[in-house]
Design a protein around this ligand. Structure first.
Ligand SMILES: Cc1cc2nc3c(=O)[nH]c(=O)nc-3n(C[C@H](O)[C@H](O)[C@H](O)COP(=O)(O)OP(=O)(O)OC[C@H]3O[C@@H](n4cnc5c(N)ncnc54)[C@H](O)[C@@H]3O)c2cc1C
Length: 584
């Protein structure tokens, strides 16, 4: 088969042909993917974005509390003004010194320009009385640094970027589920994807692929994440021989609504909300005397869990997030979404009574191993956003830094791709056709299997094992048991089939493929967590309670080699801030 040149581009977001050529393929339509798409469209290259859902349904839309940038619009307690170095310091300390400090520096230096850029594109930031962009205090931050659009920041920013990308007529293949990465002569030259509407497998040929597929939160139960956050990008990368990094570091958010685990934004505590146990005590005074309720998430989540374990929680295992003292005006202006969610899903009006909350899985610090430019081990494959581990969050992410990461690195990694593309050889179509055939025969094989058990039971077992055995507090023997359970589930799953044998609009098939990947991610998290015999950031081991810089101030890498998952380590980039004890 002959290779395609760009001027022979077959189709733009067409579903008639099954092989499509674009210089750059972006997988993911969240903030990262859309910001990258905007950059690629400005460069004059041909690009396209693929998303398994409509881009506005990406999890970015759910972000509530805000985006960090040292604008310095609100002075600190002592009247001092914020700057990027203070932002970098808080981020590195928050990361328990595992973040790569060159990447942190880059992100924090770019932050203010990023907030202003979004503003100029149309994001409606909340304002101070003097008309400047408002900033609220957030956990682990030395200054009120988090810019917000009430408690709907992600919604605002995602709509802004989506409009910008639509305005450029950038091709978007929406409701296309990416099924594999295509490799040829040691390079990533595209991907395959199932058009969900028809079940047809398409091939995408490109000189560069940017992975922007978000986190893997749904591997755990009690997650604040959208149901689509199944970590597909990570399993696609793993299967293509690309290492994942720091996968043991999973963030548990302190305040999720009891019963449904919908997020109650840290912005609620930023606005002055406090945590109270069943004895009426403001227990965070004991765990973090200086920062109290606004200590970083790992600290507050552990403290709540401790209160629950020691019997100072309400029946069922929750504590209270009390906003009643803030008054209705403030709640209606700054936290309208939180109030609505609490009323709709827990029957509680936060103006009148405290909100029942418990910790829940929230964020994936680990991800596809990528350097400061988003470059991965596989030439042609780049990664950014929550699916990547460029390592700006290390062992614990500070609230407000993820939205920032998506937009900063969405742009910077796109710039790197644009720079690299001239030296990239023209890809060949043959490998793509072969990859399409492989996916088709894999799906045929799954559908043809006989063993008809409920795949969702396996998923429920997995998420429960992950929360119970790899949750806030971890311990060696319990984790070993958890790993065995996961391996059994993987084994069982590999024989299962699905009831619906049709290809068109087969959501069960999509979920089958998601769960298959999730089980592998669960195994990866388990293996990495067992190997790290220390406590750092979100990874708290009751059998190894201290941080051990001598042996573990290093990133964990895990990759698939001959079907085995192999673990290795690589150094952390230290910069301005030498590791020291983390006190709040
Ligand atoms: C409830 C909630 C509130 C949050 N609030 C904040 C906040 O206030 N501040 C903050 O800094 N961070 C916050 N975060 C974290 C932050 O929102 C996310 O980390 C960030 O938005 C992730 O963006 P992303 O672009 O990397 O991925 P996402 O927005 O998750 O997008 C992933 C995209 O990948 C696509 N995709 C995935 N798999 C496939 C596949 N197989 N084929 C095709 N497409 C695929 C999806 O369709 C989607 O378009 C919050 C997170 C949650 C869950």
């Amino acid at each position: 088969m002959k290779s395609l040149k760009h001027n022979e581009e077959i189709s733009v977001a067409s579903t008639v042909e099954s092989i499509h050529y674009h210089d750059v393929i972006i997988i993911g339509g969240g903030l990262t993917g859309l910001r990258a798409a905007f950059q690629v469209s400005n460069s004059g290259l041909s690009g396209a974005l693929i998303s398994k859902v409509h881009p506005l349904r990406s999890h970015s839309v759910a972000a509530q509390g805000g985006m960090n940038a040292s604008l310095g619009n609100v002075p600190g307690d002592d009247g001092a003004s914020d700057d990027w170095k203070m932002h970098a310091y808080d981020t590195v300390k928050g990361s328990d010194y595992l973040a790569d400090q060159d990447a942190v520096e880059k992100m924090c230096r770019e932050a203010t320009a990023t907030v202003y850029e979004l503003e100029h594109m149309g994001t409606v930031w909340s304002r101070l009385e003097n008309g400047k962009i408002a900033q609220r205090p957030f956990g682990g931050a030395g200054f009120p640094r988090t810019c917000y659009a009430a408690d709907r920041t992600g919604h605002n920013a995602l709509h802004t970027l989506y409009e910008q990308v639509l305005n450029k007529n950038f091709p978007i293949y929406e409701e296309f589920f990416v099924t594999s990465l295509v490799k040829d002569k040691g390079r990533c030259i595209g991907c395959t994807a199932m058009e969900i509407m028809t079940g047809k497998i398409h091939g995408f040929i490109s000189k560069a692929v940017l992975m922007a597929t978000g986190g893997f939160g749904r591997v755990f139960n009690r997650s604040t994440n959208a149901l689509i956050n199944t970590g597909d990008g990570l399993s696609l990368a793993l299967n293509a021989g690309v290492p994942l990094k720091d996968m043991e570091f999973v963030q548990f958010h302190p305040t999720t609504l009891y019963g449904t685990n919908i997020l109650m934004s840290e912005g609620a505590r930023g606005e002055g909300g406090i945590l109270i146990n069943s004895q009426g005590e403001r227990f965070m005074e004991k765990y973090a005397p200086n920062s109290v309720d606004l200590a970083p998430r790992d600290v507050v989540a552990r403290s709540i869990e401790q209160e629950i374990r020691e019997g100072r929680a309400f029946d069922g295992g929750y504590v209270h997030l009390d906003l009643t003292h803030l008054g209705s005006d403030r709640i209606m202006e700054r936290l309208p979404g939180i109030r609505q969610i609490a009323m709709d899903f827990a029957g509680v009006d936060p103006i009148e009574e405290p909100i029942p909350i418990q910790p829940g899985q929230h964020y994936s610090m680990g991800g596809i191993d990528a350097d400061i430019n988003g470059v991965t081990k596989l030439p042609g494959l780049y990664a950014a956003g929550e699916c990547a581990c460029i390592s700006v969050h290390g062992a614990n992410r500070l609230g407000g830094n993820s939205l920032l990461e998506t937009v900063v690195f969405g742009r910077l990694v796109a710039d790197k791709i644009i720079d690299d593309i001239n030296q990239t050889p023209e890809p060949d179509t043959q490998a793509v056709q072969l990859a399409i055939n492989q996916v088709e025969s894999k799906i045929g094989e799954i559908i043809g299997r006989k063993k008809d058990a409920n795949i969702f039971n396996v998923k429920d077992e997995m998420t429960e094992t992950m929360f119970k055995k790899f949750g806030i507090f971890r311990e060696g023997q319990t984790m070993e048991k958890g790993l065995k359970e996961i391996l059994k589930m993987e084994n069982k799953f590999s024989n299962l089939t699905i009831n619906n044998k049709h290809l068109a609009v087969n959501q069960t098939l999509v979920q089958f493929l998601e769960i298959e990947g999730m089980l592998k991610i669960a195994e990866v998290v388990a293996r990495c967590a067992i190997k790290r015999e220390e406590s750092r950031g979100s990874h708290t081991r009751t059998d190894h309670p201290d941080r051990d810089d001598e042996n573990y101030l290093k990133h964990t890498l895990i990759e698939l080699e001959d079907k085995n998952l192999n673990i290795s380590y690589k150094p952390v980039t230290i910069g301005m801030f030498e590791p020291k004890e983390r006190v709040y």
